[in-house]
Design a protein around this ligand. Structure first.
Ligand code: AMP
Length: 362
């Protein structure tokens, strides 16, 4: 049974609002989430796998260390209880979602959570994610229902392989077939995966991951920063000459290993704000209370200067680590030093002051 909002609100009512702790799992974006919370005067707690606490201690971002045998123990009843005793608001990020699990977050995890816990499934499942984008006509790569229909370069993605080994590019049905058979012979995919292959237009363009913040308290979509991905092995292999790339018969993967800060040409920013507003509108319609807090649109910009969205994050995205001390865009809005983590803390602080925590917690 899905968690009732009432249940969470009852817990939140019992919290001492002068003693709120901002808590998260020690991974992903937790360094600047916790650092930003401290900057805004909150207490902080990190739930961390034993042995992985070193960066948090070295950077001194947490007041409380809750060490667990494995990250997924964050959902254990005693850990949840400890977090509630600390008046914790949990900030969900990509690793938190992966380790806690969507079912658990939706049904059993009763620590008050910042943002909309029900939208997390919508970014994780490709069909739901697509619905969110299509609802307000956001430009996305064309999707192919059958490999026989391939009429241009496409990117083929398998479920669960996000960014990892198992993406490939093909330009015809024959090439698709040949590459699928090759992957099967290497044991990378099974027959049942082939039916689930997601085939979409390959966008020849530059990568911009756009980090937004939507505040329901003042109904505004803010542009907080942008990054571009540094992916292994594709970004490494371009450092060898094309001739050698062919010689070694290399199959690239697209596994994210880091991020570069980036800015977009200024004339594209109209599109950037437009697509951010659109996603907020469609989320409001499809999965109330919609996007609430940080979200990200992963885009490719082609040579016709179209901003094409190939993926979204409906929570803080890892690329926000590229602006822990602020980005050029957050500088325009807030002056120096506004990370996404600090922006979250600012929102929670404002909601506490206005008595409107119910608007941003689920
Ligand atoms: P994803 O796992 O969907 O985040 O994609 C991983 C990487 O694959 C991206 O960062 C891009 O480099 C690349 N990619 C994904 N979709 C496309 C596409 N439709 N066209 C071109 N490159 C893509």
């Amino acid at each position: 049974m899905s968690l009732e909002k009432k249940e969470i609100m009852n817990l939140l009512d019992k919290y001492d609002k002068d003693e709120i702790t901002i808590a998260t799992l020690g991974s992903h974006t937790s360094l600047h989430i916790l650092n930003g919370a401290k900057e805004e005067g909150f207490k902080t707690a990190v739930v961390c796998e034993k042995g992985r606490e070193i960066p948090y201690k070295r950077f001194n971002v947490a007041d409380e260390y809750i060490l667990v045998d494995k990250f997924s123990d964050i959902v254990n009843t005693d850990i949840q209880k400890r977090l509630q005793e600390l008046n914790s608001i949990i900030i969900p990020h990509g690793s938190f979602v992966a380790y806690a699990g969507l079912d658990e977050i939706e049904n059993d995890f009763t620590v008050p959570m910042y943002g909309n816990r029900n939208i997390l499934r919508w970014e994780a499942e490709r069909d739901l994610e697509r619905k969110l984008l299509v609802e307000e006509n956001i430009r996305i790569p064309k999707k192919y229902d059958k490999p026989e229909n391939i009429d241009r370069s496409v990117m083929v993605k398998f479920p669960g392989a996000r960014g990892g080994r198992g993406y490939f590019v093909a330009s015809s049905y024959d090439e698709f077939d040949h590459k699928i058979n090759d992957m099967k012979s290497r044991g990378w995919i099974e027959d049942e995966d082939i039916e689930k292959a997601h085939i979409e237009e390959y966008v020849a363009g530059c990568n911009y991951c756009i980090h937004y913040f939507y505040s329901p308290l003042n109904d505004e979509v803010e542009l907080m920063g942008m990054d571009s991905r540094y992916e292994s092995s594709i970004d490494g292999v371009v450092r060898i000459p094309a001739k050698d790339q062919l010689d070694i018969n290399f199959e690239p993967s697209y596994l994210i290993t880091g991020n570069h800060p980036v800015v977009m040409r200024e004339s594209l920013l109209t599109q950037v704000f437009e697509i951010g507003d659109r996603l907020v509108r469609s989320a409001n319609k499809l999965v109330a209370p919609g996007l609430n807090g940080p979200f990200c649109m992963q885009t490719l910009v082609n040579d016709e200067l179209e901003v094409i969205v190939f993926e979204i994050s409906a929570r803080i995205d890892g690329g926000t680590n590229s602006f822990m001390d602020g980005s050029p865009y957050s500088y325009l809005r807030y002056g120096s030093g506004m990370s996404m983590g600090r922006r979250i803390a600012l929102e929670i602080k404002a909601a506490i002051e206005k008595g409107e925590l119910n608007k941003i917690i689920t």
